[in-house]
Design a protein around this ligand. Structure first.
Ligand code: GAL
Length: 633
């Protein structure tokens, strides 16, 4: 399959006589796709049941006739002002009990069934009107679920929905009281309508209460998405897509993804490094204009799996963004490097955000491919270069990975509710494991927690998985590579209490976590073979073989030949040592990489990315700063 490029465009922001010129210039720049519509509700239906589709019809015609394929977005992330008059209680409520106001976007509550019905209606109307239009080649549903912290709402609608959800899950309050351990502190209920949302309690709400609310809230995102997906599917065969974000764990992407055809995500590497990722000041300085060398790859691999093999980047950062604390420009070359990295990880399409920088409103300081005065911005030439390179390079395919990482959203909710150490967070732990494999130059697949087949892999990591699912437990029992699981894996029941016998309950071993410690940032547990555990350390007991010891003689890794339990959170160097050791045992060739160099093999080529701000050598080739090089395998 030939990879393609695209761009996000807002015809409603520009005079109509500019559309044809814009479209022609997009095509001339080598772009294939244009995404439109996702924030346009106030122009589609300016007042209830009054529709003004004519401008959108014409925009679709102009863009389509120029030769572009259109991704049409449902506008449900931006309900128009009249919607709030119709449903004043559709606004989400924050944990302090304050409604969030109109005046930006995503001002809706996933639990509000009236608003959900409105979304179904607009999706149906768009499906009916545009599905037979030959230019509409894909659909985007809503925009960035959870952006601006919008999954959780502490509204009346959420409380009522939660109570119904609880009644269905537990059937009786006795069962709920037992599952949650509500005898503790006299928290017992005798009817479901007594159960409030877990906010504004005097001290922390019970963990299973919090976990149940997180499960409920995630289910609302799944249901909200499915209502629209079902409507559009009645009319259209074009693929359905959502644009997920980086480091969002508040809803179960595996479940949303199951109702869609393609998983896309929005990649803003520089904004992310400054705002949303850990790193020392020196690390952040070194990658200030390039982004974290592993963050994009992690999300490509995650969403390739969420999309069951089909992944896009729906929004690619083209220049400075407007929303991070500091917004430097990318190094020349990065808009090209990021696109090639996405393709090497299996992206079918990369769309830049956005065509022209808007001179008005919230994102006026956010770069586009064109400046506000329509002159080319620096990323346009890089997009053009990528388009030419795609023409020259035949299909590169996606290679099989030998290494895999299991990633679970429910565990993220569990550890949010019960971190036990201020630095313990699911994404952070999984990302640390991922980065270590990637620094070794491995291709990595990310797997859902109910994976039942590991036969394609030699090395599997499953850190922080609250409870192993039955299929995964079975797959681990039959695995003939090495699975390194833990820390904190299979140490809780599904209701976030301590299992009896103590966890982990692993096939073929009797390892038990007898005591758990978390450590502040300047403390660590030294290891006899070198390196240290940070943040987290579990004391292990049992007759199973001890494979590695801490400096003070506690088990650091225990296990059998194929299934090993890691007692702590290794720092980066220690993770590197452990991964290198496992790969040597497993005959997996590693390529320990210099700072900022990253590898990805496809079916036909090896890609080498230089995230450093200086040139570096890969074997006999010098790769410039922010450069990418590929060679046939
Ligand atoms: C994304 C969003 C876009 C735009 C962009 C700016 O989160 O989907 O609409 O706001 O960020 O970086």
């Amino acid at each position: 399959m030939k990879r393609t490029l695209g761009v996000c465009y807002y015809p409603e922001h520009w005079p109509e006589d500019q559309w044809a010129t814009d479209a022609a210039q997009m095509v001339a720049s080598g772009l294939t796709w244009v995404r439109i519509g996702e924030f346009g509700w106030s122009r589609m239906e300016p007042s209830p049941e009054t529709f003004t589709w004519d401008w959108l019809d014409r925009a679709v015609d102009v863009l389509g006739n120029a030769g572009l394929k259109i991704i049409l977005g449902t506008p449900t992330a931006t309900p128009p002002r009249w919607m709030i008059d119709k449903y004043p209680d559709m606004l989400a409520v924050d944990a302090e009990g304050r409604p969030r106001k109109f005046g930006s976007r995503r001002h809706y509550d996933f639990s509000h069934l009236g608003y959900r019905e409105e979304c179904k209606r607009i999706a149906r109307l768009m499906g009916q009107r545009y599905s037979k239009n030959p230019h509409i080649a894909a659909w985007q549903i809503d925009n960035e679920y959870d952006c601006h912290d919008t999954t959780l709402s502490y509204s009346n609608a959420a409380r009522r929905g939660f109570q119904d959800w609880l009644a269905q899950r537990y059937q009786s309050t006795d069962a709920l009281n037992r599952a949650w351990g509500n005898v503790f502190w006299s928290m017992e209920y005798d009817s479901f309508d007594q159960i409030d949302l877990p906010n504004l309690t005097v001290t922390e709400p019970n963990h299973p209460h919090q976990l149940a609310f997180r499960r409920y809230s995630s289910d609302q995102v799944v249901a909200f998405n499915k209502v629209q997906a079902d409507e559009i599917r009645k009319h259209s065969d074009a693929p359905l897509i959502h644009n997920y974000m980086g480091r969002i764990t508040t809803f179960d992407h595996w479940k949303v993804g199951a109702d869609l055809d393609i998983a896309s995500w929005d990649s803003y590497p520089i904004g992310f490094l400054s705002d949303r990722l850990e790193g020392t000041p020196a690390f952040k300085q070194a990658f200030l204009r390039q982004g974290h060398p592993d963050n994009q790859a992690f999300h490509h691999d995650l969403y390739r799996a969420v999309g069951r093999g089909r992944m896009w980047v729906m929004e690619q950062q083209p220049g400075p963004v407007n929303w991070a604390p500091y917004n430097p420009a990318p190094l020349p070359g990065m808009a090209r490097l990021w696109a090639w990295e996405a393709f090497a990880h299996g992206a079918e399409t990369v769309c830049y955000f956005r065509w022209r920088q808007a001179p008005f409103a919230q994102e006026q300081m956010h770069a586009g491919l064109l400046r506000p005065d329509s002159a080319p911005a620096p990323a346009l030439a890089e997009a053009r270069q990528v388009a030419d390179e795609i023409e020259a390079l035949a299909d590169v395919g996606t290679a099989l990975a030998h290494a895999a990482l299991v990633f679970d959203y429910e565990s993220a909710w569990a550890w949010d509710a019960q971190p036990q150490g201020a630095d313990f967070e699911m994404f952070r732990l999984a990302f640390a494991a991922y980065c270590a494999m990637r620094r070794a130059g491995l291709n990595i697949d990310i797997l859902p927690p109910d994976t039942g087949d590991l036969s394609a892999y030699k090395l599997v990591m499953a850190p922080g998985i609250m409870t192993l699912s039955d299929p995964l437990r079975k797959a681990l029992a039959n695995f003939d590579g090495v699975a390194l699981i833990g820390p904190r894996t299979d140490t809780k029941t599904d209701e976030l209490s301590i299992p009896m016998p103590l966890g982990p309950n692993l096939p073929g071993s009797d390892i038990r976590v007898s005591l758990t410690e978390s450590m502040p940032p300047d403390d660590a547990i030294g290891l006899r073979n070198g390196g240290q555990f940070v943040h987290w350390f579990e004391h292990l007991e049992g007759q199973t073989e001890v494979l590695e010891l801490t400096a003070s003689g506690h088990p650091a890794i225990m296990g059998t030949e194929n299934l090993r339990y890691l007692a702590g959170w290794p720092d980066d160097e220690t993770f590197d040592r452990i991964i290198a050791g496992l790969c040597a045992e497993l005959d997996i060739q590693i390529h320990p990489l210099a700072t900022g160099l990253r590898l990805r093999d496809t079916a036909t080529h090896r890609f080498i990315f230089n995230y450093a701000n200086y040139a570096q050598d890969w074997k006999n080739t010098t790769i410039p700063a922010a450069g990418v090089h590929w060679e046939p395998l």
